[in-house]
Design a binder for this molecule. Structure first.
Ligand SMILES: Cc1ncc(COP(=O)(O)O)c(C=O)c1O
Length: 414
């Protein structure tokens, strides 16, 4: 069949969108078009809770944004010189995030996290990197994961990953390697409210050891408030990376910081043909205005109400083996099984239950403006059903998901 053609390895360009991330046999495999919160697929129309893995914060196919982009395209793209337009959008971004006085644009999150790491190595003349989350596909990060094939051992040795927000581990790592650490790059929030104690410690340790603190706000930027985690937590890093929501799905990313650090980009190489692509910049220009106080106020309330109801339902799960945790920050809710060894089975089961109601779900709700009360009510119904089934005496999870198991993105590290 054409859709499943082997001309594309893995049949997907993005690991988390691939067929192995959804239960076998019942999941749609390809998208045809999208609008609002809906995805039209090879199996019909679905309410999408992944929203392109986070970028789509307003909703799909938003006409005023499309018009704005088309208008920009009519002035030409891929200019052979820097454009006045990119200076305008850079100034707009700086005033929106209220941080730094210098910007470099790019396309993907990986572009800017990797640029930040290279910049920190250049400034500090050190090589070691500490990180805590997911930061992209490049060697310096992916070498810390179980999908590190093709990454040289010498590169792997230069990045150390700590588990989430483990302060002891962070302190220990700085105590033993502090003088070699170029930067600590962290996701300041990972699907949960911030751990302020950890973030303050991160700031203090970087100051003490002369390392740069980089916030990877590819998820949180322009989702958890306009100013992202820096506004939400009040903790000031040295550099911030933005991607995803800043373009509502149009590829654009940015690294922001003070001139005294950023001017070093004049010395090192961070350059590619489409770095200042006007289509992405037009999307950012439009979205920065669109995502105003009112937008974030409404999104925050919507998330909170939904989250409280989810937590109430999940509390009713009786079997400790089947317990599911819910965490959240404004714009995102994450479900995670308590027992890691039940993770894949429970994930598959939960996804199956959502799919039955034509909802595409990958263990997180990336809430957008176009998710309406009906979408939320239906998702809550699905969660109620999940709890009911998990509480049934004769429910056999293994049997329910037999032959349909999804694959972990990264296998559990021993
Ligand atoms: C926190 C974070 N940083 C960086 C990235 C990499 O972004 P991209 O996939 O656009 O290169 C991602 C992607 O999911 C991410 O979630």
């Amino acid at each position: 069949m054409k859709h499943y053609s082997d001309i594309i390895p893995d049949k997907s360009h993005t690991f988390s969108k691939a067929h192995h991330q959804y239960p076998k046999g019942i999941s749609p495999l390809t998208a045809k078009k999208a609008y609002g919160s809906k995805l039209v697929t090879n199996l019909g129309e679905y309410t999408d809770w992944s929203m392109g893995l986070g970028p789509v914060i307003k909703g799909y196919n938003f006409k005023p944004l499309n018009d704005h982009i088309m208008n920009r395209i009519s002035s030409g793209i891929a200019y052979s010189l820097p454009s006045d337009f990119e200076f305008d959008v850079a100034a707009k971004l700086l005033s929106a995030v209220n941080f730094g006085d210098s910007v470099r644009f790019a396309r993907n999150g990986s572009d800017v996290t990797s640029a930040a790491v290279r910049l920190s190595r250049y400034i500090t003349k050190r090589e070691l990197v500490i990180c805590n989350g997911y930061h992209g596909w490049q060697d310096w990060f992916i070498g810390t994961t179980t999908r590190s094939g093709g990454v040289p051992e010498s590169i792997k040795a230069l990045t150390k990953k700590i588990e989430g927000f483990n302060s002891n581990e962070l302190e220990e790592m700085f105590h033993s390697n502090g003088d070699e650490v170029a930067c600590l790059i962290i996701e300041p929030m990972i699907g949960d409210e911030p751990n302020l104690e950890f973030l303050k410690l991160a700031r203090d340790l970087c100051d003490k050891y002369g390392s740069l603190l980089i916030f990877d706000e590819c998820w949180t930027g322009f989702r958890c408030y306009k100013e992202g985690a820096i506004g939400y937590t009040g903790i000031r890093p040295d550099l911030v990376c933005y991607a995803k929501a800043i373009g509502n799905g149009v590829p654009v990313s940015a690294i922001v910081g003070p001139k005294n650090f950023m001017h070093n980009f004049e010395e090192i190489f961070f350059s590619f043909t489409h770095a200042s692509d006007p289509i992405g910049l037009a999307a950012a220009e439009f979205m920065i205005d669109y995502l105003d106080e009112n937008f974030f106020h409404t999104l925050t309330l919507k998330t909170k109400n939904f989250f409280e109801k989810i937590k109430l339902e999940l509390k009713k799960i009786e079997n400790p083996k089947y317990k599911i945790n819910a965490t959240s920050y404004p714009g995102k809710i994450v479900l995670s099984p308590f027992e890691a060894k039940m993770g894949i089975q429970l994930k598959t089961f939960i996804q199956k239950e959502f799919l039955k109601e034509n909802m595409l779900f990958n263990m997180f709700f990336a809430i957008c403006e176009d998710h309406n009360a009906a979408d939320i009510d239906l998702a809550l119904n699905v969660i109620q059903n999940i709890v009911l089934k998990l509480n049934m005496e004769d429910f056999d999870l293994r049997n329910d998901v037999k032959d349909q198991l999804v694959s972990p993105v990264f296998r559990q590290q021993k």
